[in-house]
Design a protein around this ligand. Structure first.
Ligand code: IPM
Ligand code: MG
Length: 361
């Protein structure tokens, strides 16, 4: 089958990890007789350096013309990079927010899973880890504080700043439906996270989530306040299946959940719209401190490519093959430096990509 994929290498370690994911996809094409046509576009700092802005209209049009987008990571060192001397709307992150909005990628899926081979990397005590954990954060990605009105102004002689958190019921309903649908394919539990004891937007969130839940009688729904959720993630991560939450809470909780796995270099993500189209990227950042040193772990990007095969291209068996290749290479004891432990073999980014490509069955 023929598919068009847009690649966004981005900044920092982005080009290295996307290169390895492409290596694995090339192997998938060869083994399973598919043809992927690739086109690269610039986003973030890479686009600022060439065009002066973090995302061009052309780049958006190219992304829209594809079946899916596979991205590395964007951004630089906020203290030292000249990109952060620019006004906020011209910085790398503004490009990421714009592409999410323009492509209507409202559903952000962030799995946080404890690999049995990497249990030692988990910062939690063995009795807390128990049999491990496997959760998915369903984060709303195109609303809330990120996209509400904001301004910085002076009032009564004082510098003042304002951000607004707005959701309408349709925005809440569509992400809730995605959350329940995915829970149906997992362990039938949704934890909806809000701050309904304080925020109006959270009270509406809770009401709409309950309405949606009525259509899913087999799925257990619980509500949890966001501060409690942050605590429960380190107290008993095994209790969670799908965590459904708004944009800002999801941003924060997904970093926490990924750290709890001990191996953020392993975690993939998908951002989807109403159709099959999606943008796939690792959950980690652009790690400018190790860029270009063959140290980055490409596995999160490779697993994001597996999500792309599954959700956007309907290639389930190929996605399984990529996920199994990751398991196999870990079982063989190969590790990048971020997940290295005693008795394993430490390999660089490229070697890890080679091993994963070879392991595709
Ligand atoms: C993420 C990142 C982004 C976000 C930044 C880079 C704007 O932290 O994808 O989680 O806050 O959404
Ligand atoms: Mg984040």
């Amino acid at each position: 089958m023929k598919h068009k994929i847009v690649l966004i290498p981005g900044d920092g370690i982005g080009p290295e990890i996307v290169g390895e994911a492409k290596k694995v996809l090339d192997q998938v094409c060869q083994k399973y007789g598919h043809e992927f046509e690739y086109e690269e576009v610039l986003l973030g700092g890479a686009s600022i350096d060439v065009h002066g802005i973090p995302l061009t209209d052309d780049a958006i049009a190219t992304a829209k013309s594809a079946d899916a987008v596979l991205m590395g990571s964007i951004g630089g060192n906020t203290a030292t990079s000249p990109w952060y001397q620019l006004e906020p709307s011209k910085r790398p992150e503004a490009g990421l927010l714009r592409i999410r909005k323009e492509l209507n990628l409202f559903a952000n899926l962030r799995p946080a899973y404890l690999y049995s081979q990497l249990k030692d990397a988990c910062p939690l005590r063995a009795d807390i880890i128990g049999d491990g954990f496997d959760m998915l954060i369903m984060r709303e990605l195109t609303g809330g504080l990120y996209f509400g009105d904001r301004k910085t102004y002076e009032e009564n002689g004082l510098a003042t700043a304002m951000d607004t958190l707005v959701y309408n019921e349709a925005e809440i309903r569509r992400i809730a439906v995605k959350g329940f649908e995915i829970a149906k394919k997992r362990r039938n539990k949704v934890t909806s996270v809000d701050k309904a004891n304080v925020l109006d937007s959270s009270r509406l969130w809770r009401k709409v989530v309950e309405e949606v839940a009525a259509d899913y009688p087999d799925i257990e729904l619980e509500h949890m306040l966001v501060d409690n959720c942050a605590m429960q993630l380190v107290r008993d991560p095994g209790q969670f299946d799908v965590i459904l939450t708004e944009n800002m809470f999801g941003d924060i909780l997904s970093d926490e959940a990924s750290m709890v796995t001990g191996s953020i270099g392993m975690l993939s993500s998908a951002s989807l719209n109403e159709t099959k189209f999606g943008l796939y990227e690792p959950s980690h950042g652009s790690a400018p401190d190790i860029a270009g040193q063959d140290k980055a772990n490409p596995i999160a990007t490779v697993l994001s490519a597996a999500m792309m095969l599954r959700y956007s291209l309907d290639l389930d068996k190929e996605a399984d093959a990529v996920e199994q290749a990751v398991q196999k290479v870990l079982e063989q004891g190969y590790r990048t430096v971020d997940i290295m432990s005693d008795g394993c073999t430490c390999v660089g980014t490229k070697k890890m990509g080679d091993l994963l490509a070879e392991a595709i069955q």
